[in-house]
Design a protein around this ligand. Structure first.
Ligand code: NAD
Ligand code: TYD
Length: 364
């Protein structure tokens, strides 16, 4: 038994790979293009571990994906690979269309070919109906596909209409629709998760929480967009990983599960909390980190509020997050304080040299 993970050198994918192999001996083939967001240093503890194989490549490379599927015969594909940063999607949407839409399409087609072969073999060898094939394709998506909520609106349920507002969320929405259609049209055994904002170890310091921690420690301004009253619903990354494992294990085919921890917070409160934790754990010679907070021009089309209603996942599959926001954010700040080298290699670009030396051009 093996699973194929895509985008497993990124923030959530790498946490998923590390958590998976901490509790299971089932091997992982990790297909990652190693864009700026893919960092094999995150997976350094798996160096020499036969259960993990990192393959540099694109989910849109049908030949490569088909070859990996045929060679390794995975029982599941978990698709994390994506361009994921809203600000980057505003400045350059092209890559988001390529990877999130076209890439997902090509991945689905390669997986469909592989799955058909498995289904045919199942019928031939064991008289099994295609629907009894245990193969699963799990697509990891975001709450941003649902658009923006007003202050008193109920949280997003799985039935909420899609109203994506940024090039990023529109491209993820398109990928969700493709996944849905491949199930309805071809019967591909898919599962989709739509999760709220994640935070935790190995988060690339361009997103709110890691950026604020590393800027604070570097004595730089903490740029809060607009009035800082936009609300996001935060989930510790390891809780997202446990939700994905649970959905993969027991989710109903073709279903969508929203994932969230009921932790809505305005951005300014997040930044203030980080400053308080740093004041406690790494006090400055004088004053508070909060003095570095700087209000800057708002993001164009900035969604005001996201909130996830995770009751379906909780009731149907018995999933619960292990961390509250208070415990998760403390662990996160502690992790960044304990791992300055990881941050420094990302900021200096040294992690790219490592990628170039070890991976570029090497495919299995
Ligand atoms: P990330 O940007 O940290 O990592 C993405 C990974 O995908 C990188 O390792 C990158 O190299 C790889 N990748 C990019 N294009 C690829 C391609 N064409 N082929 C193969 N690999 C490619 O993103 P993340 O925050 O870890 O998010 C992972 C997934 O979870 C994404 O699909 C994202 O939409 C979704 N998601 C993220 C959040 C969040 O808060 N970060 C919340 C909900 C859902
Ligand atoms: P981000 O981490 O980019 O995630 P997303 O846009 O996918 O929700 O941003 C989280 C929130 O923080 C979002 O409302 C934008 C805001 N933000 C800032 O105020 N300043 C920043 O420097 C960044 C990166 C984000």
């Amino acid at each position: 038994m093996t699973i194929l993970v895509t985008g497993g050198a990124g923030f959530i994918g790498a946490n998923f790979v590390l958590d998976w192999l901490a509790t299971s001996d089932e091997p992982i083939i990790n297909l990652d293009k190693l864009t700026y967001a893919g960092n094999p240093e995150t997976l350094a503890s798996l160096e020499g571990d036969a259960r993990h194989q990192l393959v540099q490549g694109d989910i849109g490379d049908s030949t490569l994906v088909s070859r990996l599927l045929a060679e390794h015969q995975p029982r599941a594909v978990v698709n994390f690979a994506a361009e994921s940063h809203v600000d980057r999607s505003i400045h350059g949407p092209g890559e988001f269309i390529e990877t999130n839409i076209v890439g997902t399409f090509r991945l689905l087609e390669a997986v469909r070919g592989y799955w058909r072969g498995l289904a045919d073999a199942g019928i031939r060898e064991q008289g099994r109906a295609p629907s009894h094939n245990p193969f699963r394709f799990l697509h990891v998506s975001t709450d941003e596909v649902y658009g923006s909520l007003a202050k008193d609106d109920p949280a997003f349920s799985e039935a909420h209409r899609y109203e994506p507002n940024s090039p990023y969320s529109a491209s993820k929405a398109a990928s969700d629709h493709l996944v849905r259609a491949w199930h309805h049209t071809y019967g591909l055994p898919v599962l989709t998760t739509n999760c709220s904002n994640n935070y935790g170890p190995y988060h690339f310091p361009e997103k709110l929480i890691p950026l604020m921690i590393v800027n604070a420690l570097a004595g730089k301004p903490l740029p809060v967009y607009g009035d800082g009253m936009q609300i996001r619903d935060w989930l510790y990354v390891k809780d997202h990983c446990s939700a994905i494992r649970r959905v993969l294990e027991a989710g109903r085919l073709g279903e969508v599960y929203n994932v969230g921890g009921w932790n809505e917070k305005p951005n300014i409160e997040i930044v203030q909390t980080i400053c308080q934790l740093l004041d406690e754990m790494r006090p400055k010679a004088s004053g508070s980190y909060a003095q570095q907070i700087t209000y800057v021009t708002d993001r164009p089309g900035h969604d005001r509020r996201y909130a996830i209603d995770a009751r379906k996942l909780e009731a149907e599959l018995g999933w619960k997050p292990a961390e509250t926001f208070e415990t998760g954010i403390r662990k996160t700040v502690e992790w960044y304080l304990a791992n300055p080298e990881w941050v420094q290699h990302v900021q200096s670009g040294a992690y790219r040299e490592w990628v170039n030396k070890n991976y570029t051009g090497r495919q299995t």
